[in-house]
Design a protein around this ligand. Structure first.
Ligand code: PLP
Length: 437
């Protein structure tokens, strides 16, 4: 592109989601003759339940396919309000609910609605990349809150304290977490609520991203910060059908706002972007929530994720150079690969490139590319989950959304790569262009 005035300056700040971009590397590797096992995408490998599909089809047949209320059809908003009341013990007016095209819009809408340039936003690090993308897009000040491996990827309260000040306008939480599978405890949530209520901006908001609320292992219960009375009136709950009901491509989610006035603003965002979520999708989304048969389907899916988790975490931890925490929820493994980066000489190579004044990608990113191009297994690197403070953090994310045989083969290939010094030497010669930016 030659004309530098074509694209608006603010586009420099808009981020990306590498889990999608890995597709280009997979294609190139496959063109080179590899069969690539895809452990990169966070998408359940199950189909949406038949009773939900049937309602969508029936509604299309009935002609329920015109524009509808931009805020979401009332019967669905009523179902959501009832559900949130039942699970969080908070009275919700359906007019506080806004139906959105999946779980991503509430993230962007929240940042755009509440955050001015220069305001500070706290968000989990590592975390879902769309948080940082929006924060930077509006020129807010990113305040990443470190999730610590030695705390099962919860945060340390001593890390949080200095981040919260009168400049804190928005605090983003995500439990269970993508990419770590870590879960915040009642004490963690209470500590956040207490610190925020005392020290944050008087009109702070908490955006609680609970899209993995149903995918929780070891018979644990989901806890929502919305239920904490100190911050109920400051909290935006966001959720999505994508993971819970295996409906990623349907694009349906929702936000529950602290007030009806704020919900009107989110409605206005819908009007300015998608107009409305298709009404036949909304009818099906209501069926998903209301029909108890779906609770059984979701429980069965979660059970399968748990079985896979047990097998994968054990197999990963048997690979020399890998240490992997057991995730409490979501469907990812987030192994620490420092030992592999050390053993293969990736850390040394990284340092040498820097000494030469080059701008190499992170060591974990090098290993992630090595996995795709030499061993045919696609994962996602640490720096895809927050670009700030990812230096010296050597992790990759594997999605558990594949059958056990595929997962076992993927982990076997990672094991093979972990000691493939010859392959690594070849890779760093052949793919110099990918290793340095
Ligand atoms: C933590 C988190 N929040 C939000 C989303 C977005 O969900 P949706 O696909 O419904 O837009 C995802 C999707 O991967 C996610 O992992």
């Amino acid at each position: 592109m030659t004309d530098t005035t074509l694209i608006a300056d603010r586009m420099d700040n808009l981020g990306d989601e590498t889990a999608f971009k890995v597709g280009d590397d997979i294609r190139r590797a496959e063109e080179n003759g590899l069969d690539v096992i895809r452990l990169n995408l966070g998408e359940p490998d199950f189909s949406s339940p038949e009773n939900i599909n049937a309602v969508a089809i029936e509604n299309i047949r009935m002609g329920n396919a015109n524009y509808c209320d931009p805020q979401g059809i009332m019967p669905l908003r009523e179902s959501i309000a009832r559900y949130v009341h039942k699970t969080r013990q908070v009275e919700i007016d359906p007019d506080q609910v806004v139906v959105t095209s999946g779980g991503k819009p509430p993230i962007g809408y929240s940042v755009l609605t509440y955050v001015n340039a220069g305001d500070e936003v706290i968000y989990p690090n590592p975390g879902f990349p769309i948080y940082e993308s929006w924060i930077r897009y509006v020129n807010a000040v990113p305040r990443p809150l470190t999730l610590r491996e030695d705390k099962n990827f919860r945060f340390d309260i001593e890390d949080l304290k200095p981040l919260i000040s009168r400049k804190t306008k928005l605090i983003i939480l995500n439990s269970p977490s993508n990419p770590t599978g870590g879960m915040l405890t009642q004490d963690d949530l209470d500590a956040i609520a207490d610190l925020a209520a005392r020290n944050a901006h008087p009109h702070f908001r908490i955006l609680s991203d609970e899209v993995y609320e149903k995918i929780i292992f070891d018979s644990r219960e989901h806890i929502s910060i919305l239920s904490n009375p100190r911050v109920t009136e400051h909290t935006i709950l966001m959720n999505s059908h994508s993971k819970t009901y295996a409906m990623t491509g349907w694009r349906i989610g929702y936000a529950v706002l602290p007030t009806i006035e704020e919900a009107r603003l989110f409605r206005q965002w819908n009007i300015n972007t998608c107009s409305c979520v298709p009404p036949f999708i909304q009818a099906a989304a209501q069926q998903a929530i209301d029909d108890p048969a779906n609770d059984t389907e979701v429980a069965q899916m979660t059970q399968q994720f748990e079985t896979r988790r047990d097998a994968v975490i054990q197999a990963l931890n048997e690979i020399p150079g890998i240490c992997c925490m057991t995730p409490g929820g979501a469907f990812y493994a987030f192994p620490n690969i420092s030992g592999i980066c050390q053993a293969l000489g990736i850390l040394e190579h990284y340092e040498r490139l820097r000494e030469q004044g080059l701008n190499p990608i992170q060591p974990a990113s090098m290993f992630q590319l090595f996995l795709i191009y030499h061993h045919g297994v696609a994962t996602v690197d640490r720096s895809s989950f927050g670009s700030l403070f990812c230096e010296n953090e050597h992790y990759i994310r594997l999605s558990l959304a594949s059958d056990l045989d595929t997962l076992e083969e993927g982990v076997r290939r990672i094991g093979a790569a972990s000691s493939d010094t010859e392959g690594w030497a070849q890779f760093k010669q052949d793919y110099k262009d990918l290793i340095c930016q």
